[in-house]
Design a protein around this ligand. Structure first.
Ligand SMILES: [Zn+2]
Length: 201
C-alpha cells in the first residue's frame, strides 16, 4: 500500500513533462554545438489502420527534442517532431515510437484525461513501454542502446527540474518493459481490448 502511494506521487510529478514533451538534448557541456543527424521515421499506423505521418516543427524549447501526437486540422494523424537534431539518434527513435504509441492505443482520439492525473500517467507509461519494446524487437536495441535512451531521458528530466525520485520511477518502468519479453503488440492489443477499441486496418 505504502509503495503504491509513493509510486503514484512520483508518477504525478514525472507526468508534467511526459505528455507532449518527451524532452531530450545532448549532454549539457556540448548542447550548444552538437547537432545529430535525424533518425529515420518508423512505420506507424493508428488503431483504425490510418497511416500516421511524421513532420518537423521549430516550436518548442531550443535544445530540447520533443514529440507530439496529433490530428491535423484536416484530420490526418501526425507526429510532430521538434528540435530532434538536439538528441542522440537512439532518443529520437524512442520519441518517435512513444508518440506513435499514442496513436496506436487510440489516445489521440480519446478525450484528454486530466493532466498528470492517473489516467494520463498510465497512458505515458504505456507509450514508453511500447516504444522501448519496438526498439528492442524491431531495431535490435540491446543494453547499450537502452542506456543511451535512459541517459537522455534522465538528463532532460533533470534539466527540466524533475526530482530524482520521479526520474527513477520513469526509468524503472522503462527498464521493466525492456526486460519483459512481451511484445509492443501484446501491450497495444490488451489496451485496445480494455478500451473496447478495435484494431481494424
Ligand atoms: Zn506521451
Amino acid at each position: 500500500m505504502t509503495r503504491k502511494v509513493e509510486l503514484k506521487v512520483a508518477l504525478v510529478v514525472a507526468g508534467s513533462m511526459i505528455g507532449l514533451a518527451v524532452g531530450s538534448a545532448a549532454a549539457q557541456q556540448d548542447q550548444a554545438t552538437t547537432q545529430h543527424a535525424l533518425a529515420a521515421t518508423p512505420e506507424c499506423s493508428n488503431n483504425k489502420g490510418e497511416t500516421v505521418r511524421f513532420g518537423n516543427t521549430d516550436s518548442g524549447r531550443a535544445g530540447l527534442a520533443a514529440g507530439m501526437a496529433i490530428r491535423e486540422g484536416s484530420g490526418s494523424p501526425r507526429v510532430m517532431r521538434s528540435n530532434f537534431s538536439a538528441a542522440p539518434v537512439e532518443f529520437q527513435q524512442f520519441i518517435d515510437r512513444h508518440e506513435c504509441a499514442h496513436h496506436q492505443t487510440g489516445d489521440v482520439d480519446r478525450p484528454h484525461p486530466p493532466r498528470n492525473g492517473p489516467e494520463h500517467l498510465m497512458n505515458e507509461s504505456i507509450s514508453d513501454c511500447v516504444a522501448i519494446r519496438r526498439l528492442r524487437d524491431e531495431e535490435g536495441f540491446g543494453q547499450a542502446s537502452f542506456e543511451k535512451v535512459a541517459a537522455a531521458l534522465r538528463s532532460d528530466m533533470a534539466k527540466i527540474g524533475f526530482p530524482a525520485s520521479s526520474i527513477a520511477s520513469r526509468l524503472r518502468n522503462l527498464a521493466g518493459c525492456f526486460a519483459n519479453p512481451a511484445s509492443a503488440e501484446d501491450l497495444i492489443n490488451s489496451v485496445l481490448q480494455q478500451r473496447g477499441l478495435h484494431n481494424q486496418p
